[in-house]
Design a protein around this ligand. Structure first.
Ligand SMILES: Nc1nc2c(c(=O)[nH]1)N[C@H]1C(S)=C(S)[C@@H](COP(=O)(O)OP(=O)(O)OC[C@H]3O[C@@H](n4cnc5c(=O)[nH]c(N)nc54)[C@H](O)[C@@H]3O)O[C@H]1N2
Ligand SMILES: Nc1nc2c(c(=O)[nH]1)N[C@H]1C(S)=C(S)[C@@H](COP(=O)(O)OP(=O)(O)OC[C@H]3O[C@@H](n4cnc5c(=O)[nH]c(N)nc54)[C@H](O)[C@@H]3O)O[C@H]1N2
Ligand code: SF4
Ligand SMILES: [Mo]
Length: 888
């Protein structure tokens, strides 16, 4: 490989938006991933997920051809069918009977075209996106306070801040490269105070001076309390309030009514009063405060109020727009921000214009040459799927999202799509829980083939560049949408030949009637409206606005105290705290909280392909506080059923006091592709915030009880098997093997024939079986060796004891299996003298827990840095440092 094969692109996962230098080997379809040292989001650093991208570009499992009602088809037929069905539905039932449900994982160009088609030309507002489940409370909160959806600050502020508050954000796992930057800032400046506000003690607490484990949903009380405290302590910036804001006294009044003593706030938030006071005092005494927040704030029935309660405190102290200060919404998806720029939410129109102003509607209609533009907002995600369920929306096109996993009340979403007349899904992966329900499947390019732009949390626009030629018949999303639009009769408006044409149009719209002097709209990249193909191809990361006043982009907004409201002043919002909707009761006494794991991305369609990323947390689990575990008779590592009024799941019990009593936590990632009963969305409360329409994903009343299968076991197999007939199964891809965790409710008469027959395990001529059966105890163990390599191991028991999987799994990468290993196989334990690495802690360098423990003990290691020097663990992305510290 030489320099010519190095392509600069952007990571397709989180909103940090890290730059990647990809060393491409087109011939072998392989790519080596390195951090791009010149990219301002990461300066060369990557986390475990970004580093493992090379393992996800394989073509196995990709959707490579259009499929119509289950059969392969060509593009022309597929596009005609989609266009024809949409036209027929619109003719019969009107434009609001069709919808597009998009995603913050589409590129800006894709997103722009989808939105333009639905709102501009079909004439319905029914284009919404998974960002409704993600950022819509932030969008709504920003608009209420600033008159625009503006993230004022930037990553450089981390180093300049005196205090950083992480609110409802597990930054260590969800924005790892930003977290490493904050950690480094703290190491360089130990006076930097870090406060984590999260009901759970997460890995992000590793660098915290203070952790406030507040009651779920009580953030508005906490920040109202802070506003009142600041006024009591004379810690307000009255000059700023007077000059640049409106509505302060109403906001303070509301705070005074609801949250006027520390005791009251502490009791309602279930916090220690000294900790609360400490936080308030630190906030009062630090001039440079940043509030970083994410889904613990947004995903709530009072999400928008939470956002404004936080912003209120920044406005009251004038801490916004200047280095090291400000509220900072950490965006989730790689292009959550780009989606907002093009107007992907059903209440938005385009280029930060929305349906609330008729002059916006006229302006966009004029720019697009659209005489049929929608005039009112469309349905928001949860309501959209309700409307599909009710038969009001009859044709839907889903792009780049997996709603039957990620929506609340997700079983209802399945039923909705089952009832729907016409379901189109564009995805790059063939088998997902949502593609399973599609009438038409359209193959989209994957990350490594796509070409366009994304915008990260700090408003930085970066290029994603194609590393490989398109796989199979896959096409860019913008192309697919444009082709359908043209077939629907909108030839003129969708005549795009490449992504840069779309980008230029998008940039031009942002500047259209947006004269800098008039301060109409924050989003303005008009300088890029005439960008040449060459310059687009070489576009370097740039933070919007990029206009006449700021041709090189702008790091911070609001430094001049000017906002995009009618008066030019920021608005305080009076917050009346409300409890979450649907509280626990005697039937459903616990609260289910949901969220993310370090090494998986959402519904696992891509991260679960990388064996490396499946090691950290291989199975769906539920975190339970020790007292709750006792109360509900749950033992560690056994299975439990969790039920809400909407649905149920099964997960492995993990008992931990990082969880509050009364709360459970499950990861959001597992789907029907990887687990029989792991879809947590089935349980989740479908209540939405009244302003943002964002669902309450972090607060569902549930019950938990032990699940007692008749038998349980696991299979490790070099080849993929079909194991779907046991009640509980989980499939995990490993390094040259597949692991299946199983449990069932009926014992077969004979394991031997049952297992071999049902699993279709080969018995080649040169295959050697080892077997042990103890029908009395219900134990069955078997190993199959083919050509001196381990092919399959099976461990089943009607009791509780099963060996750990680590040593057995390590045998699959060995070219030959040794005699002493073969002898030990059915014990499941390594022969004497062979080390067992334990559960993998460091995914980057594959270092296991037992290896780290042994090194700590034998070499007397005292710090995570020493562990790093000795074993390399924790020295790449650093996301496992909290776990290494816990082992120390
Ligand atoms: N590894 C990984 N990283 C990701 C993703 C991924 O799938 N995997 N997804 C990306 C996306 S799209 C997003 S949106 C972000 C999300 O990033 P985060 O928001 O950081 O992730 P979550 O784990 O969903 O939730 C964060 C925390 O909110 C807490 N929380 C729950 N309820 C409350 C509450 O009422 N108040 C407060 N203060 N906290 C509460 C939870 O306990 C949880 O620890 O991550 C992005 N990064
Ligand atoms: N209970 C609960 N529910 C949640 C959350 C939570 O914390 N708790 N978080 C919510 C949040 S913040 C989010 S962002 C959502 C995420 O939820 P989803 O959006 O449903 O999850 P993904 O797995 O990211 O789905 C992306 C899909 O797009 C496909 N894809 C990837 N790239 C492309 C592309 O370029 N083009 C096309 N056409 N397809 C592509 C992938 O294969 C995958 O099937 O989940 C939400 N749901
Ligand atoms: S922090 Fe990790 S997942 Fe997020 S953009 Fe960077 S490398 Fe990708
Ligand atoms: Mo998200």
């Amino acid at each position: 490989m030489n320099d010519r094969n190095i392509i600069q692109t952007t990571c397709p996962y989180c909103g940090v938006g890290c730059g990647i230098s990809a060393l491409v080997n087109e011939q072998d379809h392989q790519v080596k991933i390195l951090g791009d040292k010149s990219h301002p989001a990461n300066f060369g650093k990557l986390c475990s997920k970004g580093s493992a991208l090379g393992e996800t570009v394989e073509l196995k499992g990709r959707l490579l051809q259009p499929k119509l009602y289950g059969r392969d088809a060509g593009w022309a037929e597929a596009l005609d069918l989609v266009a024809g069905s949409f036209i027929n539905t619109i003719e019969k039932y009107g434009p609001d009977a069709v919808a597009i449900y998009g995603s913050g994982q589409l590129l800006t160009e894709d997103y722009y075209v989808a939105n333009k088609l639905m709102k501009g030309f079909i004439g319905s507002g029914n284009m919404d996106t998974n960002s409704r489940l993600c950022m819509s409370s932030s969008v709504a909160g920003h608009k209420r306070a600033f008159g625009s959806d503006t993230v004022p600050g930037c990553y450089d502020d981390y180093e300049q801040a005196g205090m950083i508050i992480l609110i409802g954000s597990n930054t260590a796992w969800c924005h790892p490269v930003s977290f490493q930057r904050i950690r480094a800032a703290k190491e360089a400046n130990p006076a930097l105070k870090i406060v984590v506000i999260d009901p759970r003690r997460t890995s992000s607490c590793d660098i915290a001076d203070l952790h406030l484990p507040l009651a779920i949903g009580s953030d508005t009380i906490l920040f109202n309390g802070l506003l009142f405290f600041l006024s009591q302590q004379n810690a307000l910036n009255q000059a700023y309030i007077d000059a640049h804001t409106e509505g302060f006294s109403e906001a303070l009044n509301a705070a005074t009514i609801s949250c006027n003593t520390l005791e009251q706030v502490a009791a309602q938030c279930k916090l220690d009063i000294d900790d609360l006071q400490c936080f308030y005092q630190w906030f009062a005494s630090h001039e440079k405060v940043m509030s970083l927040y994410s889904q613990g704030v947004n995903q709530s029935s009072s999400g928008t109020d939470k956002v404004n309660a936080i912003i209120n405190c920044h406005l009251a102290t004038g801490r916004i727009g200047n280095p090291g200060t400000g509220p900072f919404s950490l965006t989730g998806q790689p292009n959550a921000m780009g989606g907002r720029e093009v107007g992907g939410l059903s209440n938005q129109l385009a280029a930060h214009m929305d349906f609330s102003r008729t002059d916006d509607i006229e302006r966009v209609a004029q720019f697009w040459g659209a005489d049929n533009i929608a005039s009112k907002p469309g349905l928001a995600a949860v309501e959209l799927f309700d409307a599909i369920y009710d038969g009001k929306v009859k044709a839907v096109w889903i792009m780049g999202t997996n709603p039957v996993v990620s929506l609340p009340d997700a079983d209802k979403a399945i039923q909705a799509l089952q009832r729907c007349d016409f379901v189109v899904v564009s995805d790059c992966i063939a088998k997902t829980d949502t593609t399973a329900l599609a009438h038409v499947l359209l193959p989209a390019l994957g990350w490594s083939e796509k070409d366009g732009t994304v915008t990260n949390s700090e408003r930085c626009i970066s290029r994603q560049r194609a590393l490989f030629h398109p796989a199979g018949d896959a096409k860019p999303d913008w192309w697919i949408i444009s082709e359908v639009a043209r077939r629907m009769g909108f030839e003129q408006a969708f005549h795009y030949r490449n992504a840069s044409e779309i980008f230029r149009e998008h940039a031009a719209l942002s500047g259209f009637e947006n004269n800098a002097g008039q301060r109409l709209r924050d989003f303005d990249i008009s300088t890029l409206a005439k960008i040449s193909q060459h310059d687009y191809d070489h576009l370097q990361p740039v933070q919007w606005p990029v206009n006449q006043a700021y041709p090189q982009g702008r790091a911070r907004l609001f430094d001049d105290g000017q906002f995009f409201t009618a008066s030019g002043k920021a608005q305080f919002i009076a917050i009346e705290p409300r409890p979450p909707v649907n509280l626990p009761d005697k039937n459903y006494p616990l609260i289910l909280n949901t969220g993310r794991l370090r090494d998986q991305w959402h519904t696992m369609t891509r991260t679960a392909i990388a064996a490396k990323l499946n090691q950290h947390r291989p199975e769906p689990f539920v975190e339970v506080h020790p007292i709750d575990a006792q109360r509900y008779a749950l033992l560690p590592n056994t299975l439990a059923v969790i039920e809400s009024q909407w649905g149920s799941m099964i997960a492995r019990v993990q008992i931990t006091d990082s969880q509050q009593q009364g709360n459970l936590f499950v990861p959001m990632h597992w789907t029907g592709q990887y687990a029989s009963r792991g879809r947590m969305g089935a349980l989740v409360n479908p209540v939405v915030d009244p302003v943002s329409r964002q669902p309450e994903s972090k607060h569902t009343p549930v019950l938990i009880k032990a699940y007692r299968p008749v038998w349980q076991g696991f299979i490790l197999s070099r080849r993929e098997l079909t194991v779907t007939d046991s009640e509980y199964w989980v499939k995990i891809k490993g390094e040259q093997f597949y692991r299946y965790e199983l449990a069932g409710e009926t014992l077969p008469e004979d394991w031997r024939s049952s297992v071999r027959k049902n699993l279709g395990i080969i018995t080649a001529e040169n295959a050697q079986w080892q077997e042990y059966q103890d029908p009395g105890k219900g134990n069955y163990r078997a190993a199959l060796i083919v050509d001196n390599q381990l092919e399959t191991v099976i461990f089943i028991t009607a009791g509780n004891h099963l060996p750990e999987r680590n040593w057995l799994t390590s045998l699959f990468v060995k070219p030959q299996i040794e005699t002493r290993e073969r002898m030990a196989l059915l014990t499941g334990m390594p022969p004497l003298g062979v080390p067992d690495v334990g559960i993998i802690v460091c995914a980057c360098f594959n270092v296991g827990e037992k290896t780290i423990r042994a090194a700590i003990k034998e070499k007397g290691l005292k710090t995570h840095q020493e562990v790093g020097i000795c074993l390399k663990a924790g020295t790449n992305c650093g996301s496992c440092v909290p776990e290494i510290k816990a082992l120390l």
